[in-house]
Design a binder for this molecule. Sequence first.
Ligand code: 6R9
Length: 679
Amino acid sequence: MMRFTMSQDTPGSTATAANPTQQGDALENLLHENRKFAPSEDFAANAVVGAEVYAEADADRPAFWAKQARELLTWDKDFTQALDWSNPPFAKWFVGGEVNAAYNALDRHVENGLGDRVAIYFEGEPGDSRAYTYAELTEEVKKAANAFESLGVAKGDRVAVYLPMIPEAVITLLACARIGAVHSVVFGGFSADALRSRIEDAEAKLVVTADGTYRRGKPSALKPAVDEALSREGDGNGHTVQNVVVVKRNGQDVDWTEGRDHWWADTVGAASAEHTAVGHDSEHPLFILYTSGTTGKPKGILHTTGGYLTQTAYTHKAVFDLHPETDVYWCTADVGWVTGHSYVAYAPLINGATQVMYEGTPDSPHQGRWWEIVQKYKVSILYTAPTAIRTFMKWGRDIPDKYDLSSIRVLGSVGEPINPEAWMWYRDVIGNSGAKQSPAPIVDTWWQTETGAQMIAPLPGVTATKPGSAQVPLPGIAVDVVDENGASVPNGHGGFLVIREPWPAMLRGIWGDPERFKETYWSRFETMYFAGDGAKKDEDGDIWLLGRVDDVMNISGHRLSTTEIESALVSHPAVAEAAVVGAADETTGQAVVAFVILRGDAVDSGDEIVQDLRNHVGKEIGPIAKPKIILVVPELPKTRSGKIMRRLLKDVAEGREAGDATTLADNTVMAQIAASLKK
Ligand code: 6R9
């Protein structure tokens, strides 16, 4: 059962940062984190955005966004109205405006004399590399646009994209956007079944894929999944795909369907490099991206053009303090996820930035690969996920310490709450390399596939950052934490994260299912968007994300966050990673069950370490938070975007056969856990 109750006065909710381990403060572990790091004077003085933006945005939100839209984008036709909210929850932004995403990401930079600036430094896993200037990337996108049109793709048609992290992925997305086709990227790690259901739901006309990619030094195939997806009859009338374009990446043998399959080099390579972009309506669909919900059927999150481009570009500039002339930006997300859409394919190029794109895994061919890349390209802005940071912690600081990371000046985090220990490690080890006057600021960015762009994050030249907190709604964004009746909670209290006002990059719906859109996001609180996350306001009013509300546990009537207990466990020197679930318990309702991975150098002393960890949690949070059971495991089940699948761990904790594990990054993990528990 999902629990939506969250009491307004959780024990200890009035705790202050000064009394970290007092008993009554059981639930306030994260709020005890009272370190604060103000931006250096130098950083603040050179920051692209100052504190005045908050007041400016508060004075008139739509006007603030209209200003950003006109400053950051070149419109073919100016808009007449910033926001039309006459039919909530269906918003229209920049009404009447016409804009072309690809023109804004490419052609205009070339026209402005920036054609020779590097747009993408591509680094292949086997060590091949290639730089694309803005002029070159523009030419490739024009060719791809012509090629797709010659294959019958027209404005409004859907194109399924099943590609690895190679430049053709960005080229494909921008080519679709250029001609007004709606892309639907399916992450390369998803199965043929998942691909087929997404192709069918969106009724895609074209699929763009590759023979394969490289994974940990070995070729890894993609095309067979496309062949399989297209060979089966679906639930409905079968698929709508007419053509498949195949990038040759790893050269492995592929099956070929004559008439349907075309090599990228033959179609795109042979196409004309002349293509004029025309403006599309501001509300023209840009893409669909499927994301899992609480039910089995993935939701096709729909984003449109003008508002999405405006907010992604603004946040990319403001949150990362982007200086496009000098910065080298690297977002490690795969294009299969929303971060790879907003902060790889669109915003950096709209802003004329130079970015790094890496195809492979962080440990191929060695565990220093990322840091080698940072050193090679002098990366100055790095944007990654806490799960990656904790993995590097596990591998040890001596690995990054071997490289020159002194170019780094801003660090970003996204995807899940970042525990204070990982935050501090990120700052001290990655952000403080070389002879820096002060370590690079960390921006913890909260947002979702549905929000399209960052919503809560510090501004690095303005905010005094706090380890583990995303802190402040961005200018022009109305975020709040409310109780179960929708009333704003006072500082020091927890509740549900909501968004009170429409924002430019908000989802416009669920593809083909307007009712589900209303039901999922707009029915819990009538006039507010319900994000599905729990959050707390600290005494300063700063926001701390506590994980999905479906992960909130109720132990003997006390609310406990999985995140808080995980954070406590990970703060123990022997623990590398931890996942906590609430398992059904006859006496207490739910009981805390923890799964931990020990650090390489920690000794698994069996009962002793378990007792030690229980005591540690008791000390960090309070006796009620002590896990009833702690299981030492070799791995944790994670999705390909790095999220722990607690549902599967809950099955283990409750003694059930583990449920559907098809979206796991590594499908052997559940067997590894089962084997380790039998020992
Ligand atoms: C961008 C992305 C969205 C969910 C979201 C929340 C979690 C993302 C977070 C964070 C705490 C952050 N999440 N960023 N939690 N702090 N900085 O990840 O989109 O894949 O749709 O996931 O991820 O639970 O609701 P998506």
